[in-house]
Ligand binder design. Structure first.
Ligand SMILES: C[S@@+](CC[C@H](N)C(=O)[O-])C[C@H]1O[C@@H](n2cnc3c(N)ncnc32)[C@H](O)[C@@H]1O
Length: 322
């Protein structure tokens, strides 16, 4: 049996018997005015961050969510779109689709604005999405892609790229790990399916996105996630896993490479009111400008003693250069 089949079995079980804490989150559940998340959806929250950001959801975007789980984030997306079929949910596990369908019925009872028809549930695989080319504004996945091995991950990301409209956004949350993991961990199908042993270093994760053609990447959050310790896992050393929230935007690839925002800012503190690098970046005196890593490198390369460049904070929330 392949690890993909093991994964399906684990989530079939998780659909039939909700398992709080199976995978993944310790994030607080957020609610908005008039939005009530049913308890069963909270118990079936198998994500490791949030992919629902109000700033992505202006102008009635057509949304796709792959790997539906209990349906919580689809309900949150539907809160913003509120129209028939406004959110497409895709999952490969029948039992998970069925469980989320039931959960949407409960959500209907608890939210007078919500109708189950706002969510269009489809059976399908992340590697072969049942969705037309260039038809989606916002695509999301939470804690699924980290499970995939390299070739499958490449296919899943290429699929998201295919279905997104130009300038559409792929919003994701996944565990990441900067330490090497041994083969016992990597090849343990259950640990992989539970989002514990498939995670990549952030730079590798970002590279899979830029290799697929996404011209802009935003790392929006980075948080502590799990520890794999030698007493409980097949490892000689303690392994620290984090989770990140990332958006990959289907902007054309700039000639000088992708714009990757990792939460750096540049601050000009010289004698003038502003500094203009004549390459499209104007730094007002003592005002931080969010910069992508490429611009940060170019500004640092000027060798000036009146421009400060911060380290990556891994918290980017819009604006700035590019
Ligand atoms: C870790 S859970 C995350 C669920 C949900 N995103 C959340 O945040 O609660 C992974 C989800 O992906 C689904 N899944 C597993 N393999 C899949 C595949 N190859 N294609 C699509 N969905 C898949 C599972 O059934 C499950 O719903």
């Amino acid at each position: 049996m392949s690890y993909l089949e093991t994964t399906k079995d684990i989530y079939k079980e998780a659909a039939l018997t909700p398992d709080v804490g199976l995978c993944c989150t310790t994030n607080p559940i957020w609610e908005l005015p008039g939005l009530k998340i049913p308890r069963i959806m909270q118990e079936m929250n198998y994500g490791c961050g949030s992919t629902v950001h109000a700033r992505d959801l202006t102008n009635n975007p057509k949304t796709l969510y792959v790997g539906v789980g209990g349906g919580m984030e689809l309900l949150q997306f539907a809160y913003f779109s509120r129209q028939k079929g406004g959110v497409i949910g895709v999952d490969v596990v029948d039992e998970m689709l069925e469980a989320s369908r039931k959960n949407f019925k409960i959500a209907e009872e608890q939210n007078d604005w919500f109708k189950s028809e706002f969510v269009d549930l489809k059976k399908g695989d992340a590697m072969h999405l049942p969705v037309e080319d260039n038809s989606i504004d916002v695509a999301a996945q939470n804690c699924l892609f980290n499970i995939f091995k390299a070739d499958d991950l490449k296919k899943a990301i290429a699929e998201m790229y295919r279905v997104l409209k130009p300038h559409g956004r792929l919003v994701m949350s996944d565990p990441t790990c900067e330490q090497p993991m041994n083969d016992d961990l990597r090849n343990d199908e259950r640990l992989r399916a539970l989002c514990l042993s498939g995670s990549l270093p952030i730079a590798d994760y970002v590279k899979t996105l830029t290799d697929a053609g996404f011209g802009t990447i935003e790392i929006r959050a980075r948080k502590p996630y799990r520890i794999l310790d030698p007493k409980h896992y097949p490892t000689d050393e303690l392994i620290y896993i984090e989770s990140i929230e990332v958006a990959a935007i289907k902007d054309p690839m700039p000639a000088d490479g992708p714009c990757i925002f990792t939460g750096k800012a540049a601050i000009y503190y010289g004698e003038d009111d502003y500094f203009d690098d004549k390459a499209g970046h104007v730094l007002l005196k003592n005002q931080p400008l969010a910069v992508c890593d490429k611009t940060a490198g170019a500004l640092a390369g000027l060798g000036r003693d009146d421009i400060f460049i911060s380290e990556s904070t891994f918290h980017y929330d819009g604006g700035g250069c590019c």
